[in-house]
Design a protein. Structure first.
Length: 252
């Protein structure tokens, strides 16, 4: 599979939906994790990424405008110890982490799950994790999707990359493009180039996402040796503070 230009892939797709990239920086020194969300409806767009317990959670930008939190409020990124970073587009993050903590595998966890129940799109669940040990890293990814829009038939595809090469990543997302219903991602995760420099990479990613539909972006560089984890979070919308509760009227 030829290496593709990640920015071109994003620029040529007005609605890739929710996407993750897992890979290794060009100098080979960092594991790299990317996650972004997009939205077409006001409810989907009413979100921000917030740092939480080493990972991130999605929150309503404006609680007063939240219609339905199911499927859009979850923990996209969780960290287990100092080795495993799990990235997904839904609450299967918790299913995977619970399974790891119980000594079970990534694939076993996801065989308990299926695509999202959001007919007629039946949005795929995309998931992955990076494990860093002893200066080495490995990646696993998966997509759970309906069989051509059949609500009663699930397809599960698993991908393993035990020796990620410097400057190389894999890009997996939910939709092949916009539509009604929205067409699900097809094929293998795309092989894409991963540069050094988290700030320039973050800026390029954010500017390449469709302006009308992009919502939030998370980028993390995890050192394979000594060094500090670097994280960038970009939100299109600002968190709105809830209105203060009114003081009860005095009886006097």
């Amino acid at each position: 599979m030829a290496t593709q230009d990640l920015m071109q892939l994003l620029q040529n797709n007005s609605y890739p939906g929710r996407g993750l990239v897992l890979g290794r920086s060009a100098d080979g020194k960092n594991a790299v994790a990317v996650y972004f969300i997009m939205g077409r409806s006001a409810n989907s767009r009413n979100r921000v990424f917030t740092a939480h317990d080493g990972g991130i959670i999605t929150e309503a930008a404006d609680e007063s405008k939240m219609i339905d939190p199911s499927l859009i409020i979850y923990a996209p990124v969780r960290v287990l110890g100092d080795q495993i970073t799990v990235v997904t587009n839904g609450d299967q993050t918790d299913t995977i982490c619970d399974s790891f903590e119980n000594g079970e595998s990534f694939s076993r966890a996801l065989r308990r799950r299926t695509f999202e129940p959001d007919a007629p799109n039946f949005t795929p669940r995309v998931s992955g994790y990076i494990k860093v040990t002893g200066g080495r890293m490995r990646i696993r990814m998966a997509i759970l999707k309906s069989d051509d829009g059949n609500p009663d038939a699930a397809e599960r595809f698993f991908f393993e990359y035990p020796q990620p090469q410097p400057g190389e990543g894999r890009f997996l997302h939910t939709y092949d493009g916009d539509g009604d219903p929205i067409p699900s991602f097809t094929g293998e995760p795309r092989r894409v180039a991963i540069p050094n420099g988290i700030d320039a990479f973050t800026e390029q990613l954010w500017s390449s996402l469709n302006e009308a539909n992009k919502v939030s972006l998370f980028v993390r560089y995890i050192p394979l040796g000594k060094g500090e984890v670097e994280t960038r979070i970009v939100n299109k919308y600002k968190k709105v503070a809830p209105a203060p509760e009114k003081e009860p009227l005095s009886a006097e």
